[in-house]
Write a protein that binds this ligand. Structure first.
Ligand SMILES: [Zn+2]
Ligand SMILES: [Zn+2]
Length: 156
């Protein structure tokens, strides 16, 4: 799916959601939506806000408010990864993937694995139907590993 195509679809879904729930269709909200859909990977609200204010006037409150609306509309997902900030990512036009999370700096890396996917998709549960999944693997990124290694070496 091309990036543009998916943005048009997402825009339509957002409009529908705002209409049905009687929220105003403000240009700020669409600017935030577009910004998110042009962005690849995970982000937090502050990061989004800072990257937007370079060429658009929005308040941090509007950013948070719009993120909540987009979550309710199922257009983004929020990850509680134990870091300082909640991380978000778009929920549309991206493939099922898993996450490698650094317990030290909170950096997130994504990976897909055919074997994991097949084994989850072929698993059946009694009285439960799986709609989607996300796997989190915690550990240390190479930067933090090196950093901690150097600190340990110094304190010896
Ligand atoms: Zn790290
Ligand atoms: Zn992800």
């Amino acid at each position: 799916m091309k990036a543009n195509q998916s943005y048009e679809q997402v825009r339509g879904l957002f409009t529908q959601y705002l209409k049905e729930n009687q929220h105003r269709k403000t240009p700020e909200r669409y600017a935030i939506l577009e910004h998110i859909y042009n962005y690849v990977g995970h982000f937090n609200a502050e990061l989004l806000y800072n990257s937007m204010t370079e060429n658009y006037r929005v308040s941090l409150a509007t950013v948070y408010n719009t993120l909540d609306l987009m979550m309710a509309a199922n257009l983004i997902v929020k990850h509680q990864l134990g870091g300082q900030f909640a991380q978000y990512e778009k929920n549309f036009g991206s493939n099922i993937h898993n996450h490698l999370i650094c317990s030290n700096c909170g950096k997130v890396k994504e990976f897909s694995d055919k074997q994991i996917r097949t084994s989850i998709q072929t698993k059946t549960f009694s009285l439960f139907e799986v709609s989607h999944y996300s796997l989190y693997l915690f550990g240390l990124c190479s930067k933090c590993k090196e950093l901690l290694h150097n600190e340990n070496a110094k304190s010896l």
